[in-house]
Design a protein around this ligand. Structure first.
Ligand SMILES: [Zn+2]
Length: 104
């Protein structure tokens, strides 16, 4: 299970998408609890689907990451797919059970 940090300069953070399968990052950046408490602009969703042009796998995320997406839908540029085993651009994903693109 990956850890979380609110420090964008944490050297353990990964950046961007993967071109080949890679493990999940050791640490993922999240918004602080204080920032998330200011209110969500989207529903808190716990899973997303890699779209039909991709593998179609469902990936679940932690509550803190789900709340970070709900507070700021544009916070992440890429996200992990358990099917591909890669970080991919968020535009390749839809929220599970919807047609709504992640990162929109
Ligand atoms: Zn995938």
């Amino acid at each position: 299970m990956s850890e979380h940090t609110t420090d964008p300069t944490d050297p353990r953070l990964g950046h961007g998408a993967d071109q080949e399968p890679a493990p999940q990052n050791e640490v993922y950046l999240i918004l602080s609890e204080e920032e998330r408490a200011k209110g969500f602009v989207r529903p808190v969703r716990r899973s997303y689907v890699h779209d039909q042009a991709s593998c179609g796998a469902v990936t679940r995320m932690s509550e803190a990451i789900a709340e970070t997406y709900a507070r700021n839908p544009l916070f992440y540029g890429s996200t992990y797919c358990v099917g591909c085993g890669m970080h991919r651009p968020v535009a390749e994903f839809v929220w599970d059970g919807t047609t709504e693109r992640v990162g929109s």
